[in-house]
Design a protein around this ligand. Structure first.
Ligand SMILES: O=CCCC(=O)O
Length: 485
């Protein structure tokens, strides 16, 4: 049984630069709070722009040797990280619950998911290859080689403190790149603990640095402008992603953007309604709804909308236990912060004000912690903001539709395009709808699609680039054409 103090003790509180940990220049720190009660659980170094440059110096210095390390050796270090993370799963799970709030069961799932990006990429490391062919014109030979892009900066969000980092670190390191990670200021501890674990697993100094800061723009800005940085990868809001792309444009920095989502969950009359309800529970409540993949708009065909709604409300009433993430019975922890809870509750209030009905939940509870209950809204009118804005909480608005065309049009009526879910028993329809949905990913009769072996990413304003699958490592490789006689 692991204790809070043991877990917090393992975490280095300084910046992880070179052989880390080191103090921030000037000695500044900031507080990390437990969302279950608002108490301070740790203080970590508050990096300055000078510290960011120190991290880049370390990444640049370590780059050539790491790129020249045999891919089998790089892969074996990644494999060791996977094994160590798996062995310490309980500690990492508790750490994430302490700093982010989610239920322990969710954190355990995240450790499995996050660790898998190391295993998957330990296997991908040895499969980086180019090609060789005779030019069809007979003028010579064409050789295509893959090379690491160089030092990378990853900016990661608070909702999956481990996995949103590992899905970038795994492929970058496998490709032979060095990386600096700037985790969200709400959840810096998991990434610091991971950097220490990577070092214990044999990762050379400087290959991975972690800079924690409350002043993200001021600290990462100089890195983005520094000609030695070769790649920026970001997971977070579309609003911030656009600013980072604009800042990167100056140097035409290579970028990957995994941005917001507003996933539709479309249920047709011919669907297995019980399966759709089970999928809806997962698609809505995984990670407490604080996921870019969360189903946020439930479009249900008129013939089954009453049955689906009744069963969905009953499933929430019967199975969701809200409480501190560390309680064994809890399935829904608090949201990450007071601000986040205000955003969720404003969207619900707005929907109710324009005519939606809260069928379960819908009210901020009293007492400490940033809790928001599992909520279903019925009869949601098209004017409700919740159908346009990403809610990032356990709220499910339901809208009825009549024809297939209407359902698809409603699902696509968003600037986002990350993931869509569809429930139907008709294979032709499933394929037709999957092809017609404007999203980078589609779940067919599935409420969770995330898989390190699959390419995760969006279209439209959900961004570009892919994480996972065989595509993930390509984001960290340059293609070089060598012409031979
Ligand atoms: O929140 C964004 C990512 C969620 C996932 O990888 O399943």
């Amino acid at each position: 049984m692991v204790s809070d103090s043991d877990v917090l003790e393992f975490v280095p509180k300084g910046l992880w630069i070179g052989s880390g940990p080191v103090e921030a220049t000037g000695g500044g720190t900031f507080d990390v709070r437990n969302p279950a009660d608002g108490t301070v659980i740790a203080q970590v170094a508050d990096a300055t722009p000078e510290d960011a440059t120190r991290a880049l110096d370390a990444a640049v210095a370590a780059g050539p040797a790491w790129a020249a390390t045999p891919s089998r050796e790089r892969g074996e270090i990644l494999r060791t990280v996977f094994e160590q993370l798996t062995a310490r799963a309980e500690e990492f799970a508790l750490l994430m619950t302490l700093e982010m709030g989610k239920a322990l069961s969710e954190s355990r799932n995240e450790v499995r998911y996050g660790a898998e990006f190391f295993r998957w990429n330990s296997e991908e490391a040895v499969r980086i290859h180019g090609r060789y062919l005779n030019a069809p014109s007979g003028t010579g030979r064409i050789m295509v080689a893959k090379q690491p892009v160089g030092p990378c900066l990853a900016i990661t969000p608070w909702n999956f403190p481990l996995a949103m980092g590992t899905r970038k670190i795994g492929p970058a390191l496998a490709a032979g790149c060095t990386m600096i990670v700037k985790p969200a200021s709400a959840t810096p501890l998991t990434m610091l603990a991971l950097a220490k674990l990577c070092s214990e697993a044999g990762l050379p100094d400087g290959v991975l640095s972690v800079i924690t800061t409350q002043r993200s723009g001021a600290v990462t800005g100089p890195l983005i402008d520094d000609p030695r940085l070769r790649k920026l990868t970001f997971t977070g809001s579309t609003e911030v992603g656009k600013k980072l792309v604009a800042a990167s444009a100056n140097r035409l920095l290579r970028t990957s953007m995994e941005l917001g989502g507003n996933a539709p969950f479309v249920v047709f009359d011919d669907a297995d309604v019980d399966a759709a309800v089970a999928g809806a529970m997962q698609a809505k409540l995984r990670n407490g709804g604080e996921a870019c993949t969360a189903a946020n708009r439930f479009y249900v065909q008129r013939g089954v909308v009453a049955e689906f709604t009744e069963k969905f409300v009953a499933a929430m009433a019967d199975t969701v236990v809200m409480g501190p993430g560390t309680d064994a019975a809890t399935t829904l922890g608090p949201l990450v912060s007071e601000d986040q809870r205000e955003i969720v509750s404003d969207l619900v209030d707005d929907a109710v004000a324009v005519g939606a009905r809260a069928l379960i939940g819908g009210k901020v509870p009293g007492g400490p912690g940033w809790y928001y209950p599992a909520t279903i809204l019925g009869d949601v009118p098209p004017t409700a903001r919740i159908l346009r804005e990403e809610v990032f909480g356990p709220v499910a608005p339901i809208v009825a539709f009549d024809t297939e065309e209407e359902g698809v049009a409603a699902a696509n009526d968003t600037e986002y395009g990350l993931v869509s879910y569809v429930y139907t028993r008709d294979l032709d329809r499933a394929l037709r709808i999957s092809e017609g949905l404007e999203s980078g990913m589609v779940g067919v009769n599935r409420g969770v699609i995330s898989d390190p072996a699959a390419p995760f990413g969006g279209v439209k304003e959900s961004g570009f680039g892919r994480e996972g699958g065989t595509e993930g490592i390509e984001e960290y490789l340059n293609t070089k054409y060598i012409a031979l006689t």
